[in-house]
Write a protein that binds this ligand. Structure first.
Ligand SMILES: Cc1cc2nc3c(=O)[nH]c(=O)nc-3n(C[C@H](O)[C@H](O)[C@H](O)COP(=O)(O)OP(=O)(O)OC[C@H]3O[C@@H](n4cnc5c(N)ncnc54)[C@H](O)[C@@H]3O)c2cc1C
Length: 430
């Protein structure tokens, strides 16, 4: 079973000597982390002629068990970039217009996207790997954009209290990037946070997810479905390659017991929640086909310091509920681009600019995290500890609530849009 491994920050003793640095490059904005946050911000800046360097630690974008859901908030941003049509033509995807809960055989819509006032009243399920390849390919059309894969950032360059860039390791050596602004978009286990000495305030409910995939029968309708069993919840969504991506929720304390009982016990546990999977659980043969994720919800207090900005998961980590991580991360990138493009062009990014980004994004993040926390304590935790199959309180059956939840997940409070001058010039199709 694979687990995410946190990187250890390099100590001063390992500081490379000047001779050990293979090359030094200059850029206006150095973005660390080529996930959805970093890739979209890089594209937005590159389109405006700003010199951008995107450093991604992995050698490729392949990543399993990541968010493959784009909400309407992101699709509207794709509209503003003039990319929606090409994105959906080039990359296989499916659409689903609700998040469904199945409890004691009864189905209810937890969120209904079909009534939203948008061109995209649904969730788009699309491979995150393909999305990142698409966004970075788009950015590569601009000569002022540079992507370095396999660039593992391990040091900040600090001079007079200002971050002036980073050092990364790649191809067996150290490389230095000097920049006017450095953006940390290196995800939930952010090494940049540790390098900058920034405290991450988090709560970790005693719950784990076991991610896995099982084949999907052609006649099974797709969707994002949470099925509640006794002390277990199984969430699944259809992938475009005819599989179900499955998140199996268990109390953390149960994992050792489940693992000790063997993979057959895991197969049986899945069937107990979703009996129709009895015909295919044998595809799960080894724990290596699974991935564990401990639930966490958290934020940093201050998203910036002189020369350095944190956005996306490096600034705030969400629960998986509602599949909103990518949405809120890309919205951060848009808010940041709106504020930073002109100061970056002038080479005059100030702390006050960075503070505005945090001010704009912190409230929507706090609200969605509060909602997720409410759901986690009132629904998930109860369902995982109660001897009886959980029953949703009657208020969840109020139709208006499904619409409110859908809007909160899809857009959040005060969703950012690209400033008109940064939208595609001939954008006119709605
Ligand atoms: C198992 C799992 C399932 C998820 N499911 C969903 C879902 O269904 N829907 C949803 O919306 N969200 C989901 N999320 C959350 C979603 O993936 C994140 O919210 C989103 O990817 C955040 O984007 P990001 O760019 O900020 O961070 P990330 O996507 O984590 O990207 C960070 C990038 O930084 C790179 N990096 C890290 N350290 C360094 C370094 N030192 N140097 C250079 N590069 C570095 C990483 O390789 C990575 O590519 C899931 C997350 C996980 C872990």
């Amino acid at each position: 079973m694979s687990e995410s491994v946190e990187q250890t920050p390099i100590t001063n003793k390992e500081f490379p000597t000047h001779n050990a640095i293979l090359d030094v490059q200059q850029t206006t904005c150095c973005i660390v982390g080529g996930g959805p946050t970093g890739a979209v911000l890089a594209l937005l800046l590159a389109r405006q002629g700003i010199t951008v360097m995107l450093l991604e630690g992995q050698k490729n974008f392949n990543r399993s068990f990541r968010g493959d859901v784009l909400h309407a908030g992101v699709m509207e941003i794709m509209d503003e970039l003039g990319l929606t049509e090409r994105l959906l033509q080039q990359i296989p995807h499916t659409k689903t217009d609700q998040i469904e809960f199945i409890i004691s055989g009864q189905s209810i819509a937890f969120a209904d996207f079909s009534q939203m006032k948008t061109r995209h009243p649904y969730m788009t399920i699309i491979s995150q790997v393909k999305l990142l390849e698409f966004i970075t390919a788009e950015a590569k059309r601009y000569p002022n954009f540079q992507l370095v894969m396999g660039a593992n950032v391990q040091q900040l360059i600090e001079e007079d209290g200002i971050i002036r860039g980073v050092r990364y390791r790649s191809h067996g050596g150290w490389h230095e990037v000097r920049s006017h602004l450095t953006v940390a978009a290196d995800g939930r286990f952010s090494n940049m946070r540790k390098l900058a000495g920034i405290k991450f305030n988090k709560t970790a409910p005693p719950i784990e997810l076991i991610w896995l995939r099982l084949p999907r029968n052609p006649e099974e309708p797709g969707g994002l479905i949470s099925r509640f069993g006794r002390k277990r919840i199984l969430v699944r969504f259809n992938t475009v390659d005819m599989h179900w991506q499955i998140a199996y929720y268990i109390p953390k304390s149960d994992f050792r017991q489940i693992q000790a009982a063997g993979i057959e016990a895991m197969q049986q546990a899945i069937v107990e929640v979703v009996p129709e999977f009895a015909d295919r659980v044998h595809y799960l043969k080894d724990w290596k086909q699974t991935s564990r994720l401990s639930l966490e919800i958290g934020r940093i207090d201050r998203w910036y310091s002189p020369g350095l900005l944190f956005i996306g998961d490096s600034a705030h980590v969400m629960l998986p509920l509602g599949a909103v991580g990518i949405n809120y991360a890309i919205q951060d990138s848009v808010a940041a681009a709106n504020i930073l493009i002109e100061p970056l062009k002038r080479g005059d990014v100030r702390l006050s600019h960075l503070a505005v980004i945090q001010r704009q994004r912190e409230l929507p993040i706090k609200i969605i995290q509060a909602f997720q926390y409410f759901m986690q304590t009132r629904v998930t935790a109860k369902a995982l500890t109660s001897e009886n199959i959980y029953k949703l309180p009657p208020y969840w059956h109020i139709p208006m609530l499904r619409d409110i939840v859908a809007n909160l997940l899809a857009f959040g409070v005060n969703p950012p849009h690209l400033k008109p001058e940064y939208k595609l010039r001939d954008y006119s199709d709605n």
